[in-house]
Design a protein around this ligand. Structure first.
Ligand SMILES: *Cc1c(COP(=O)(O)O)cnc(C)c1O
Length: 292
């Protein structure tokens, strides 16, 4: 069993990023489980509840060879005792990634599909069954955002909340679940992904909320990780003990640090950085790249 331990979540003050003007904390969702990524767990829960209540026989979802969503879905389905099926982008590789090996170890059935079929979200014929429940890629959707609103943190203390954004489901959920006047800033990890704004707005309960999405820290695009980013991850870890993943959270922490240095936050800001997990993705890096 892969139990998720919410009681391990802490909100840590980060002196390395704080200044005389502002305070920075981080919500350590990465601590809930070494493999199941923090935010994916929350995004999945209402989809899974619906699959069970509709008596579905399996859960089907999509992802790439290193996908945090794939591994989290495999683990969550195994936990609740429902079959899981992963539709994986691209040819079946000779050697599976660690992510896919671990997904297989959690009894997920994998189907490799062409990039074209993946793009169109065409299911292999064996998966086209009315008793199979399909979760959208990345858990994007209203149920995903609803799950995010259950992420436990102190909603009264922080006036700025920063999170990474891929599909934007987490950002939408944080906005929908916030209280008071806190401002949410999303850091897009895809290059020039202007579509993220309508995608997020689509999930908001307050359609007029003023979205704040930063597009400056993608480091060349999704999963790109130039040496500067790797150096930052090692520096952050050595100064704070916080491990980050190179796809999402490293870009988020880096972006917040740069904005602080550029004096982008008002005096007395109290910032919460949501560490959304994803550390299993670092398994795809060559051994020795990271010091953690
Ligand atoms: C998937 C993921 C995100 C992005 O979440 P979205 O809801 O798709 O925007 C952020 N951080 C980590 C670690 C993730 O695995």
């Amino acid at each position: 069993m892969h139990n998720v331990q919410e009681d391990l979540i802490t909100t840590d003050f980060i002196p390395f990023l704080s200044t005389a003007r502002i305070k920075v904390h981080t919500l350590r969702l990465d601590k809930i489980h070494p493999v199941i990524s923090g935010n994916k767990w929350y995004k999945l829960q209402f989809y899974l509840q619906e699959a069970i209540s509709q008596n579905k026989k399996a859960v089907v979802t999509y992802g790439g060879a290193y996908s945090n969503h794939i591994i989290a879905t495999a683990a969550a389905c195994r936990n609740i005792g429902i079959k899981s099926i992963g539709i994986i982008r691209g040819e079946a590789p000779k050697n599976c990634s660690d992510t896919l090996k671990n997904a297989i170890g959690l009894d997920m059935e994998l189907h490799f599909v062409s990039r074209e079929a993946y793009k169109n979200k065409t299911l292999p014929d064996v998966c086209k069954r009315s008793d199979y429940y399909v979760i959208p890629e990345g858990g994007y959707g209203a149920l995903g955002a609803k799950g995010v609103t259950t992420i436990p943190y102190d909603k009264t203390t922080f006036n700025i909340i920063c999170c990474a954004a891929g599909t934007g489901t987490m950002m939408a959920g944080i906005i929908n679940g916030k209280s008071g006047n806190s401002q949410i800033i999303g850091f897009s990890v895809l290059k020039n992904n202007i579509n993220i704004e309508p995608a997020i707005r689509n999930l908001l309960t307050d359609k007029n909320y003023g979205l704040n999405i930063n597009h400056d820290f993608h480091f060349g695009g999704y999963a790109k990780h130039p040496p500067m980013l790797i150096d930052f991850m090692n520096e952050l870890y050595s100064r704070t003990g916080i491990p980050t993943d190179f796809v999402y959270t490293a870009k988020l922490f880096y972006g917040v640090k740069k904005l602080i240095e550029a004096n982008a936050f008002a005096k007395a800001s109290n910032i919460l950085i949501i560490h959304s997990g994803g550390l299993q993705g670092n398994l795809s890096l060559r051994k020795g790249t990271l010091m953690f």
